[in-house]
Design a protein around this ligand. Structure first.
Ligand SMILES: [Zn+2]
Length: 300
């Protein structure tokens, strides 16, 4: 188990984080079980779709051990077919074969534009989970001071990457996850063409949390939630389970209605609001994961 003294000593060695970022070039946001799990914090937006909050990303939790990163990456699929919705974690997260990705790759490699569009719709989305301290949450002040989990997508992860690898020589590289020399993150959400947009979000100047009081910081660190559980095998359906769900959703098992229009109607009437909000979240960030399909095509 990692010690607090170790954490403090090694805090400027963020080459490990930079490396992990380099390994991750494609990303987007997705929803999964965030809404039911009260450990997760989510920013609230007003009727116009705008919102803001100040959070602080925290270092890797003690419970995850020495080699842990401050975040975990989870791929997921979320789409609708004639036989219903498929909202599941993608097995590529744990480096296993995923039947949905395989099907997408077949569609993509067919070279038919309509198939490519379907593959785009069904593609895996990458999201990140990290511990945060809620600094300011104007619509839910009761959250302030709490250590929570935060699930986010590519746009926010890009901001973290930029902070660690500044573009210009006069900018100092900052590890946003550092308790002493990190920086608060000003989350600014706007509604752009119906989707949540995080472009205006930014890091504040470097500052120590808890005025740099080690006793308080250690308690804060020890109260972080474990992240490894989100990438444990039990979070994932087996290949066979996922394949049979995919067949049902795509109507390949013969149970889905034949007429596509009718199927769509019945699908919508049977979808729970919760599912729709999940899908909204899945679709809320634009991304370009096409390189992924291209890489699959190359493997064949
Ligand atoms: Zn997949």
């Amino acid at each position: 188990m990692n010690s607090f003294a170790n954490l403090k000593r090694s805090r400027n060695d963020f080459a490990k984080l930079t490396k992990a970022i380099e390994a991750t070039t494609q990303a987007t946001e997705s929803g999964s079980k965030v809404r039911e799990d009260t450990r997760f914090w989510q920013p609230e937006v007003d009727k116009a779709g705008n919102g803001m909050a100040v959070i602080r990303f925290l270092p890797a939790p003690q419970v995850d051990g020495d080699d842990a990163l401050p975040w975990v990456r989870v791929f997921s699929h979320g789409f609708q077919g004639p036989g219903g919705w498929l909202i599941d974690n993608c097995l590529t997260t744990i480096n296993e074969k995923c039947p949905v990705c395989e099907h997408n790759s077949t569609l993509w490699n067919s070279g038919i534009e309509a198939n490519k569009d379907i593959a785009r719709k069904q593609k895996r989305k990458l999201s990140y989970i990290a511990n945060i301290l809620v600094i300011s949450d104007p619509t839910h002040t009761e959250n302030e001071g709490q250590v929570r989990l935060f699930k986010f997508g590519k746009k926010i992860f890009d901001k973290i990457t930029e902070a660690m690898n500044p573009e210009f020589a006069d900018e100092k590289a900052v590890n946003p996850f550092d308790l002493w020399e990190g920086a608060n993150f000003k989350l600014k959400i706007r509604n752009v063409e119906g989707y949540r947009n995080y472009d205006k979000s930014e890091f504040a100047n470097q500052s120590a949390l808890c005025d740099g009081n080690d006793e308080k910081l250690e308690a804060l660190w020890k109260s972080e939630h474990g992240l490894k559980e989100f990438v444990e095998k039990k979070q994932f359906k087996s290949y066979e389970q996922l394949k049979s769900r995919l067949d049902k959703v795509l109507g390949f098992d013969g149970t889905a209605p034949v007429s596509r229009t009718k199927a769509t109607d019945s699908v919508f009437s049977s979808v729970k609001d919760e599912d729709v909000s999940k899908i909204d979240k899945v679709m809320s960030e634009d991304d370009a994961d096409l390189d992924y399909f291209k890489s699959l095509a190359k493997q064949d």
